[in-house]
Design a protein. Structure first.
Length: 97
């Protein structure tokens, strides 16, 4: 079952996001799903919100997210954001272009 995952980073901006992406992709950047080391990501969007930065993703399953989190989690911890807990909800409908 697909899930919707939202990460909120209070008091952070695109600099944190860019640093995480650089590390996850070994500096290659993220412009297509093949840039990530793990499969299962259906959609990804990131941008500023009042007081911080938000990343919202749709994953094929909790297991796919957990596999990705094994690489993503330590990077967040190293950058001082180990305490960020995502909001995860089941997807009722997912439409992609």
């Amino acid at each position: 079952m697909a899930i919707i995952v939202t990460f909120d980073f209070p008091d952070a901006g695109h600099e944190l996001y860019d640093a995480v992406i650089a590390r996850v992709t070994d500096g290659q950047g993220f412009t297509r799903f093949a840039d990530l080391p793990n499969t299962g990501l259906i959609s990804h969007a990131a941008g500023p919100v009042d007081g911080g930065f938000r990343v919202t993703e749709v994953w094929e399953s909790v297991e796919a997210l957990e596999t990705h989190a094994k690489a993503f989690g330590p990077i967040l911890a190293d950058l001082g954001h180990a305490d960020v807990q995502p909001t995860i909800i089941p997807a009722h409908n997912v439409v992609v272009r």
